[in-house]
Design a protein around this ligand. Structure first.
Ligand code: HEC
Ligand code: HEC
Length: 351
């Protein structure tokens, strides 16, 4: 892969805008400058994002698991999968991915361009042969014409496919939520309950230690010891996926692996054992179920987990003495405060 081109492109991504421990409203200055070139690449990327040619059997596009109607996630505990296989992780939203510095629950992709090719070639996701895909897109005259107008020549390459999709994703923003207006000084933007919830979030409950900045995330990994779902351990197809992924990452004991080791699989650093990336909390009400394995169906369950100090064995969290009223205030903040204006979408016509 032409890593250099991707690195150059990654340079277009924005510098870190988050100050540790502080929430921030999203401003224009934090987002990519809206040039006609970017708009043209994003328009092409939108077609590719919703094109079922990207999957081996033509049943799936990126929007299947990152569905605009479901907060650009898929509403499943464990995400959808290629027929006859099972996925093993929850589909995260792709809203505001422009703020991420690593991608996937375990951070194994460094740029959106690099990320985009993973699901296409994943045996349990789109299961497409990338060389074949290049030929498929290349043989559609409308695409060749559009690649020509966007990139200067009609050469269809995987790198360009990835670049266009990544730039489309960079346009998917949720902003102007009540939290943004509140941080800009409008006290009434949050209801009294949500305002109390905000105080807890930045104070007693210390959520802001990890969920901070404009996208309420620290771009880091933490081992909260979210429980494994026993049902998933009994499903041979999920077992196959888990062990296959561990094998790809050269984890020696992959044949007996019965848990998700998260970031450890990538770094082999003991500090990353079962650590997962802090997710954004924007549009959180729309993206249940929660956590890398979708183990929690509701925000109440998530809040009970944090109130109890996380899962057995974690040192990342401490029990919080939250009263039922405080939990419901935190929930009000998450539900009302973080639901913003999402970039409007018109579905593309696929050539
Ligand atoms: C079959 C379901 C499925 C399909 C199809 C799919 N994804 Fe995903 N996507 C997932 C899952 C599950 C994850 C999390 C996987 C992990 O962390 O190991 C993910 C993660 C991501 C992330 C990382 C987000 C983050 O918070 O780090 C991005 C970006 C993304 N997908 C974009 C795409 C694009 C672009 C396509 C099409 C080329 C696509 N996805 C196709 C299920 C899917
Ligand atoms: C030590 C860092 C840390 C702290 C403190 C923390 N979180 Fe998280 N949060 C995470 C990580 C990491 C995950 C993802 C865990 C996983 O996928 O297994 C997460 C996941 C979540 C999710 C689920 C998001 C999704 O899309 O699945 C919610 C909601 C959430 N946190 C809210 C909170 C609230 C509310 C607080 C305060 C009570 C809090 N967090 C405190 C790191 C933290």
């Amino acid at each position: 892969m032409k890593k250099i081109a991707w690195l150059l492109l990654a340079g277009l991504c924005l510098p870190a805008v988050a100050v540790a421990g502080q929430l921030a409203a999203i401003t224009d200055a934090m987002l990519p400058e809206q040039t006609p070139e970017l708009a043209a690449r994003a328009e092409l990327g939108k077609k590719l994002f919703f094109d079922r040619r990207l999957s081996g059997d033509g049943t799936m596009n990126c929007g299947t698991c990152h569905d605009p109607e479901q907060g650009y996630s898929d509403g499943m505990e464990i995400s959808l999968n290629y027929p006859t296989t099972k996925n093993w992780r929850n589909s995260p939203t792709v809203i505001n991915v422009v703020f991420h510095q690593q991608f996937f629950h375990d951070g194994r992709a460094a740029t959106l361009e690099e990320q985009a090719l993973f699901p296409m070639m994943s045996a349990f996701e789109m299961n497409q042969n990338l060389d074949f895909l290049e030929e498929e897109i290349r043989s559609v005259p409308e695409y060749v014409a559009e690649f020509k107008s966007v990139f200067g020549d009609g050469d269809v390459t995987l790198e360009r496919i990835a670049i266009a999709i990544a730039d489309f994703e960079r346009t998917l923003i949720s902003r102007d939520a009540p939290l943004d207006r509140f941080l800009d000084g409008d006290e009434t933007a949050l209801s009294p309950d949500a305002r109390q919830g905000y105080q807890l979030f930045i104070g007693k409950a210390a959520c802001v230690t990890c969920h901070y900045g404009p996208n309420l995330m620290d771009n880091r990994f933490h081992a909260l010891y979210v429980p494994e779902n026993p049902d998933h351990l009994e499903d041979p197809r999920i077992t196959a996926t888990r062990r296959f992924v561990a094998k790809l990452h050269n984890f020696e004991a992959y044949r007996t692996l019965d848990e998700d080791l998260g970031r450890y699989l990538i770094t082999k650093d003991r500090a990353d054992w079962k650590a997962f990336k802090t997710p954004t909390l924007r549009e959180i009400a729309a993206t249940a179920p929660y956590m890398h394995n979708g183990i929690f169906a509701t925000l109440d369950e998530v809040l009970d987990f944090f109130a109890a100090g996380g899962g057995a064995g974690t040192t990342a969290l401490k029990p919080l003495a939250l009263s039922p009223a405080e939990k419901s205030q935190l929930k009000a903040f998450l539900e009302e405060g973080l639901a913003g204006e999402i970039t409007p979408l018109t579905y593309p016509k696929i050539p």
